[in-house]
Design a protein around this ligand. Sequence first.
Ligand SMILES: Nc1ncnc2c1ncn2[C@@H]1O[C@H](COP(=O)(O)OP(=O)(O)O)[C@@H](O)[C@H]1O
Ligand SMILES: [Mg+2]
Length: 276
Amino acid sequence: MKREAVRISGLRVRYAPGEDPALSIDALSVAGGERLAVIGPSGSGKTTLLRAVQGLVAPSEGSVTVDGARTVSRAARSRAFRRRHAAVFQEFQLVERASVLRNVLCGRLGHAPVMSSVLGRFGADDRAVALAAIEATGLSEFAHRRVDTLSGGQRQRVAVARALAQAPDLITADEPVSNLDPVIADDILRTVMGSAGEREIAVLAVVHHPSLATAHADRVVGLSEGRIVYDSAGDPPLDASALRRIYGRSLPPQIVQDVNARERGDEQRRSPRNVA
Ligand SMILES: Nc1ncnc2c1ncn2[C@@H]1O[C@H](COP(=O)(O)OP(=O)(O)O)[C@@H](O)[C@H]1O
Ligand SMILES: [Mg+2]
């Protein structure tokens, strides 16, 4: 059986004691190499789910494990464990005044001996891995440019390249493309999911638009009021009624059509590559 990258069981997250949980997930597993997109309306618990997996919020009940270790535990605080999980944040969290290559090399910090990483020294192997990630994200010509001279889409690619260079088992990303224009958003998601697929990295990404989710993920999970109300692994393809279940109301026909078109893998609707 395939390794499990993430396993959630009996999870309840309450932000205040006695309150209804913001998140209630009885069971959810993400297989090694699986690319899962989470969709749902604002306030449905998407960020809470990601933060629980990232170990940034503790379960009130139940457990979340990543690579078999509970996210809130001593084991999860070790350097070796943290190296295996990379997060891509919406606000990039890059070193603005450093080059693309320097930023991507930061993804290698967990692999370098402690003393070298303190001194910011990297070996030839680390540079090779970083350059490969830069190439995979279409940034080769910018490798030596300072990050603060790049566009939003290019900077987001740097964040993705850094996550890939880390060679993790799992990438989590909370709405990594929601502030980018639709063409760049599509392109970056393709890069994350494609590169992760080649490297057998599991991805758990909150995606703000259902058609982006169906276009790029292996599996789509829909949250409503903190609960999973749709899972493409067991449910029929995402249609108008599933979208209504997730978003709590009927969506405009254009959105439903777009989701269906993506599910058919209609290539003509897809945007050109390398536009950022
Ligand atoms: N730090 C917090 N303290 C209290 N309540 C929170 C906090 N973060 C989120 N919530 C509440 O939990 C619910 C889910 O929020 P969130 O996970 O951010 O949803 P989403 O990312 O889907 O918009 C919301 O009702 C929100 O108000
Ligand atoms: Mg959120």
